[in-house]
Design a protein around this ligand. Structure first.
Ligand SMILES: NC(=O)c1ccc[n+]([C@@H]2O[C@H](COP(=O)([O-])OP(=O)(O)OC[C@H]3O[C@@H](n4cnc5c(N)ncnc54)[C@H](O)[C@@H]3O)[C@@H](O)[C@H]2O)c1
Length: 310
């Protein structure tokens, strides 16, 4: 486990970032940089007394340079997240996800960063040509978001090649768990729980047979820490459960766990959404020692308990 290290977490007030900050903050010096575009201070309630919080933007290059000069590890999670937002404003998506990442990488040139851990996304694979998807699967991003996440990943490796910055990219599949937003930009799990809370039917886009590889946020945090600790390991790794769940099955789980019988409404498929997604995680198991610990039924039950308490 990382200890006594100086760590920067960009996007640390967000869904995934705040869980990572909770895990790191008691034993390390953690700086959280977040402009609160989609994150919130409430997410940092647990660790607020152990961190330095900077409300700032990754597009503010001079500020980024002054922060990065003195850190050893960077977990870069700040991003404009999601296909829908990126379709609405691809220029903004490009600025935050590409230029923001580039600002951080440039700042690393004047620091002694030991590991730059980039949060990438399985969205960059596009529709699966074969399953399970390994890291050599062709990259066919189908939304501006997927394009910007891929471009930023490529910059990470260009900076390693040209300048020797030690970069690693973690391609998360569908992450879920406490603190995940349930706005119109959210993914299917928080939306299903919200609709059940509001006693509304579950809307399923397409026929519901589309599959996803859902990974609990705790496992994503563990993967980030492993990625930093294995300093010699660079490259690209899938982070997922390697288990396939259809949206129809997910609706069954949610109805079962909440014990609330509701209708399902089938709507036309959404633009830019992939049909099937299932990861091969043998590389992250082998090189990082990654091993997902939470199955979907237990993960959903825990998430539901959290939702009831909040
Ligand atoms: N949630 C998923 O299923 C998933 C899947 C694949 C990849 N990812 C990646 O994981 C990372 C974290 O995603 P998340 O789900 O926690 O989303 P999130 O929206 O909760 O977190 C993103 C955080 O970045 C902050 N932010 C946005 N723009 C910023 C800027 N210009 N400067 C500083 N901070 C900024 C937001 O305020 C927010 O706190 C992202 O890079 C995302 O692309 C997430």
């Amino acid at each position: 486990m990382l200890k006594n290290a100086r760590i920067l977490v960009t996007g640390g007030a967000g869904f995934i970032g705040s869980h990572l900050v909770d895990r790191l903050s008691s034993e390390n010096e953690v700086i959280v940089l977040d402009n609160l575009a989609s994150g919130s201070l409430a997410n940092l309630e647990q660790s607020k007394d152990h961190i330095t919080l900077i409300k700032g933007d990754i597009l503010d290059k001079p500020m980024i340079e002054s922060i990065v000069a003195d850190v050893e590890f960077i977990f870069h999670l700040a991003a404009n997240v999601g296909n829908i937002k990126s379709i609405e404003d691809p220029y903004f998506d490009m600025e935050v996800n590409i230029k923001g990442t580039l600002n951080l990488l440039e700042a690393c040139l004047n620091s002694n960063v030991r590991k730059f851990v980039y949060s990438s996304s399985a969205a960059i694979y596009g529709d699966a040509i074969y399953l399970p998807i390994d890291e050599s699967h062709p990259l066919n991003p189908e939304s501006p978001y997927a394009v910007s996440k891929l471009a930023a990943e490529k910059y990470c490796f260009a900076f390693h090649k040209v300048h020797g910055i030690p970069t690693i990219a973690l391609r998360y599949f569908n992450v879920y768990g406490p603190r995940q937003g349930s706005s119109q930009y959210a993914n299917v799990i928080p939306i299903f729980f919200r609709r059940i809370r509001d006693k509304e039917p579950l809307t399923i886009f397409g026929d519901g047979n589309q599959t996803r590889d859902f990974i609990n946020v705790k496992d994503v945090v563990a993967a980030n820490i492993l990625a930093a600790e294995t300093e010699e390991v660079l490259g690209i790794f899938n982070i997922a459960s390697s288990k396939s769940t259809s949206v129809n099955e997910l609706a069954d789980y949610v109805i079962d766990i909440t014990n609330y019988q509701t209708k399902r409404i089938y709507a036309p498929p959404r633009k830019g959404e992939v049909l099937h997604s299932l990861a091969d995680i043998s590389a992250s198991k082998r090189s990082l020692g990654f091993s997902p610990s939470m199955n979907i039924a237990d993960g959903l039950r825990q998430y539901f308990e959290y939702l009831k308490a909040h």
